[in-house]
Design a protein. Structure first.
Length: 293
């Protein structure tokens, strides 16, 4: 469940926050048909904090129906309040999700002990949890030592953290030495993650795979097989989309890519706005040239 390529799709929704479950299922069907190893529903790419509990429940139900057990379904259960995160984990488990992705979301900066207590409470809901370290959105960085503490919580079975631009071997080792055997060590940041897979990471949690799963699967498979030449070739081919992601954010780029692919309601929730002007033209030109699948 926490190995290989995990694709993180956007969550198509109307301006009032009503999730378009038909459009969501269209996206998910693309991912399942491509053969991704898991799907990360309602992750940061899926804009989980923007949606109510009821809408998130609707999204999970639609995803479970569409995926139908053909690949693992990981669901974001992060929320500002611990009781809200517990309720979301209970909802996801009841709907048939395979695991939860838990980010320590907070308005006030958290302390390590507060994050630990938060994970203990949510894990008690009985849904296997992946530690979701995304300091760019949560403003809390879960370092290796805290990962080790969280890994001792029953039901916490994996970590997703950002792959570094250099020193992938050291990043993998820093986590491996702090977690028990069998605990999955996975990485995000698409342009750095292939190196982490080659260094022995278990999983790549990918934003771009949420819209171009077949292309990213080829790269993930090469990296996991430690085929350095093929990994480098595919990575270099994708450098233009990595550039776009760094310049405009992966979140905005894949929303525009999904809209161009004909996915309904593929626009960010306000106050976020779709790319426009020169930025949109830049993205559109690159996507046309790359012709990804």
């Amino acid at each position: 469940m926490f190995k290989g390529l995990s694709a993180f799709p956007i969550t198509p929704a109307a301006a009032d926050g009503r999730i378009d479950t038909d459009a969501l299922q269209t996206l998910l069907a693309r991912l399942v048909d491509a053969g991704v190893d898991s799907i990360g529903l309602l992750g940061s790419t899926g804009a989980y904090p923007f949606f109510t509990r009821e809408e998130r429940r609707r999204a999970v139900a639609a995803a479970v129906e569409c995926v139908a057990g053909r690949t693992a379904l990981l669901v974001g259960v992060g929320a500002l309040r611990t009781d809200a995160a517990v309720a979301l984990a209970e909802d996801a488990k009841a709907a048939g999700a395979d695991a939860g992705l838990l980010a320590p979301v907070s308005y006030t900066p958290l302390l390590d002990d507060e994050v630990l207590a938060h994970f203990q409470a949510v894990a008690a809901a009985g849904l296997p949890l992946c530690i979701y370290n995304n300091p760019g959105t949560t403003h809390f960085d879960i370092g290796p030592d805290l990962v080790g503490r969280l890994a001792e919580v029953p039901g916490v079975v994996a970590v997703k953290t950002g792959a570094p631009p250099e020193g992938a071997e050291g990043a993998v080792a820093a986590l491996r030495t702090r977690v028990p055997a069998g605990f999955s060590v996975g990485f995000s940041v698409d342009w750095n993650a292939p190196a982490a897979l080659m260094a022995g990471g278990d999983a790549w949690y990918s934003v771009v795979a949420g819209i171009y799963p077949r292309t990213l699967l080829r790269l993930a498979r090469a990296a996991a097989a430690r085929d350095a030449a093929e990994t480098q070739r595919l990575h270099e081919r994708l450098e233009p989309i990595w550039r776009l992601s760094r310049a405009y954010s992966s979140f905005r780029v894949v929303h525009l890519a999904a809209a161009r692919a004909g996915i309904a309601n593929a626009v960010p929730q306000r106050p976020l706005l779709p790319l426009s002007g020169a930025a949109a033209a830049d993205v559109e030109r690159v996507l046309d040239e790359l012709d990804l699948d």
